[in-house]
Design a protein around this ligand. Structure first.
Ligand code: SF4
Length: 100
């Protein structure tokens, strides 16, 4: 996870919390550092854990948005559902609209 700036259309930068929901992935895309065949430590967030982390960073005025992605550990449809659940969990407490 990291914080990255994204250029705003009106000028300036939008700091984003850039993070994977999980780096567990069942796919083997050759270009990808977290593909299934790579022996790397694996970790996952629940939607509530990720929302709490985003909320803390947002309240500390470190980020204004969320750039959320994920490995595919349970099929693409379930991974997309998990991303949607996380997006919903992040929105009400912060009032921010996460970008995905
Ligand atoms: S995380 Fe995405 S790009 Fe990487 S191996 Fe999995 S499906 Fe492919």
């Amino acid at each position: 996870m990291c914080i990255r700036d994204r250029a705003r259309a009106a000028g300036g930068c939008l700091p984003l919390f850039k993070v994977l929901m999980t780096n567990v992935c069942e796919k083997n895309c050759r270009y990808c550092g977290i593909r299934a065949s790579h022996d790397v430590p694996r970790a996952s967030f629940t939607p509530d854990e990720l929302a709490a982390a985003f909320d803390r960073l947002h309240r500390a005025d470190l980020v204004d948005g969320l750039f959320l992605s994920s490995g595919v550990s349970t099929g693409p449809a379930l991974a997309a559902g998990a991303l949607g659940a996380c997006s919903n969990a992040c929105t009400p407490s912060t009032g921010s609209m996460p970008s995905m």
